[in-house]
Write a protein that binds this ligand. Structure first.
Ligand code: NAD
Ligand code: ZN
Length: 350
């Protein structure tokens, strides 16, 4: 029986502590997991630095982490599809299952969703953690636990590309080459995009994007969005069929609209300031559809298949690795981007 459960607990702004908590027990239809790999997401860092994201405020100590994979340690009553020793990716949001959104398949919009490391719910950056068994996906033997953890951001990309209607032969603009922009690049390519241009304000991130298969890159500076949109069209040979905005910056959302062809689609993935100025009439009269996305629904199985089949290789995203004991150092690395950090991975098992 495990007794020690070292956990990374955020108390308040800049106060992230490692402490020993009780090992939870698997309830009905849950599994107790021995956590293995947990990636640090921008939102984890944001809670650490600001203590809140919009209306979600850290008011009591909260375990961080939600991009995770673990090994089944014990199964609760009623669990039949998993057994101790199974390696699983953990979909971090468990919805109510009974509201109209849940029943309609858009469970990411459920008002009662319990999502790891979104206040007031604990995440899984710990040695042990319990989770709804049906939100755990068994990994094939040839997939690594790190790949399992990366199914979380990859699922965001799958959802964004689905909402965008990405399909074979399209020309696509992706704004922002952070981890999310990069998984959108990989996914759009896997879904058949013929040409992808990706933007960033950082040359080094664009270099990474090139190695991951970007056909074109665009380093953006102080130019206005309309000027930049002409450069995008120049490189793609036309304005984009679909644009996936992954920075949240106002200037970038402006480019997303100007850079998309009439009748095209802009998907807003990046979440920046709550209110911004955008060329809305330009979008309206050119019938450019602007769609938001929030996390994902029914995307984990697809993300898993993309990796298992070899169509998407997420491994190059991981630039740094730390142990659970080194969590604060890992967060510091993710925050500063030191050493070209893209995805920082924490190992909870050694
Ligand atoms: P990140 O901060 O690592 O990446 C953002 C990238 O955008 C950086 O590389 C940055 O240099 C670049 N950038 C900044 N200003 C720019 C500009 N004007 N033009 C082009 N690029 C610019 O973050 P991430 O982890 O990759 O996440 C990206 C965004 O997606 C964040 O806003 C995050 O909150 C959001 N997000 C949304 C969802 C959702 O469900 N909607 C899910 C996950 C992440
Ligand atoms: Zn619901």
């Amino acid at each position: 029986m495990a007794t020690e459960n070292l956990s990374a607990v955020l108390y308040s702004v800049n106060d992230l502590r490692l402490e020993n908590r009780a090992v939870p027990q698997a309830q009905k239809n849950e599994v107790l997991l021995r956590m293995d790999k947990v990636g640090i997401c921008g939102s984890d860092v944001h809670y650490w630095v600001n203590g809140r994201i919009g209306d979600f405020v850290v008011t009591k100590p909260m375990v961080l982490g939600h991009e995770a994979a673990g090994v089944v340690h014990e199964v609760g009553e009623g669990v039949t599809h998993l057994k101790p020793g199974d390696r699983v990716a953990i979909e971090p949001g468990v919805p109510c299952r009974s509201c109209d959104y849940c029943k309609g398949g858009r469970y990411n919009l459920c008002l009662d969703i319990v999502f790891c490391a979104t206040p007031p719910y604990d995440g899984n950056l710990a040695r042990y953690y319990t989770h709804a068994a049906d939100f755990c996906y068994k990994l094939p033997d040839h997939m690594t636990m790190e790949e399992g953890a990366l199914l979380e951001p990859l699922s965001v990309a799958v959802h964004a590309c689905r909402r965008a209607g990405v399909t074979i032969g399209q020309k696509i603009l992706i704004c922002g080459a952070g981890p999310i922009g990069l998984v959108c690049l990989l996914t759009a390519k896997a879904m058949g995009a013929s040409s992808v241009i990706i933007t960033d304000i950082s040359e080094s991130r664009l270099e990474v994007a090139k190695t991951l298969g970007a056909d074109h890159t665009l380093l953006v500076g102080q130019e206005d969005a309309e000027t930049l949109s002409k450069q995008v069209a120049g490189k793609l040979g036309q304005p984009s069929d679909v644009t996936i905005e992954c920075s949240g910056a106002e200037s970038s959302i402006r480019l997303a609209i100007f850079g998309t062809k009439s009748g095209g689609v802009v998907v807003l993935v990046g979440l920046g300031p709550a209110e911004i100025k955008v060329p809305i009439v330009n979008a309206a009269v050119r019938e450019v559809d602007i769609r938001g996305i929030f996390r994902y629904a029914n995307c984990y199985p697809t993300a898993l298949q993309l990796v298992a089949s070899g169509r998407v290789n997420v491994k190059p995203l991981i630039t740094h690795r730390f142990s659970l004991e080194e969590t604060v150092k890992a967060f510091e690395t993710a925050r500063t981007g030191a050493g070209g950090a893209i995805k920082v991975m924490i190992s909870c098992s050694d």
